[in-house]
Write a protein of this length. Structure first.
Length: 213
């Protein structure tokens, strides 16, 4: 058993033992959505220095209130309908992760993983456009879901990405990924992000490898 595989199994088993209360998840998702709005306002707000200091103090108090209840362990990942993995803490799709856009992924009958989303200012790279690392993160994750949906999940071993044209912020985008070839433990997945004009802004081929046990 490799070290990484054993470590992942331990984390997985510990998280599996937790009950997930959907009512609580819905409330926390609402909290995360409000924190995302707050994050954007940290960049954009025109509040004066006094107001910024006052808001900072209020947020400190709110953080202390949540911390007072103690810290648990992150929720487990679950496989839902159509093989879509729900990972509440994921930085890409996690409803409870305030760093995540979050994007929603569904798997088509032909195994293609698809998503539609709009990326705001928090994901800016070049002025007015999406950061290349964010595009890579989304295509990596979407491709991982396509590999899983293909019945051949694995760790990303490589992500060969071409940025064809800048990906615009603040407009509806879509992305898709599909497993195109399996070679032993390797699964090759093609993916792309598509702009509002229907043209690909970024295209990738990823290789996923199931670690040896
Ligand atoms: C289910 C949840 C869905 C959620 C989606 C999640 C998506 C997000 C995924 C990630 O972010 S994963 C995190 C980022 N990736 C990593 O941290 C992986 C770190 N690397 C590893 O753990 C190991 O390198 C790895 C398990 C990928 C492979 O190690 P192995 O020792 O098992 O493989 P090995 O190096 O022996 O290579 C196996 C074969 O693959 C080939 N190979 C390795 N890297 C390759 C590559 N990049 N491209 C093509 N082939 C490659 C290698 O030449 C060899 O070919 P042959 O079998 O023909 O000899």
């Amino acid at each position: 058993m490799t070290g990484a595989w054993a470590a992942m199994q331990r984390v997985f088993e510990e998280r599996e033992r937790q009950e997930i209360d959907e009512g609580r998840v819905a409330r926390l998702a609402e909290l995360a959505a409000r924190v995302r709005e707050l994050s954007e306002l940290v960049i954009l707000s025109q509040a004066d220095e006094m107001e910024i200091a006052a808001v900072t103090r209020e947020i400190e108090l709110l953080t202390a209130r949540l911390a007072a209840a103690g810290r648990g362990i992150p929720p487990s990942a679950e496989v839902g309908d159509g093989g879509v993995v729900r990972q509440l803490g994921s930085p890409v799709t996690g409803l409870l992760n305030t760093l995540a856009p979050p994007i929603e992924i569904r798997i088509g009958d032909d195994g293609t993983a698809r998503s539609e989303f709009t990326l705001g200012l928090l994901y800016e790279g070049p002025p007015g456009f999406v950061h290349g690392g964010v595009s890579a993160m989304i295509l990596d994750h979407l491709s991982g879901c396509a590999a899983s949906a293909n019945g051949t999940p694995g760790m990303t071993a490589g992500l060969d990405l071409r940025y064809r044209r800048p990906t615009p912020l603040g407009v509806p985008l879509s992305a898709e990924a599909k497993a195109v070839r399996v070679d032993g433990r390797k699964t090759f997945v093609d993916s792309r992000i598509i702009g509002p004009d229907g043209r690909a802004t970024a295209e990738a081929t990823a290789v996923f490898i199931m670690p040896t046990r």
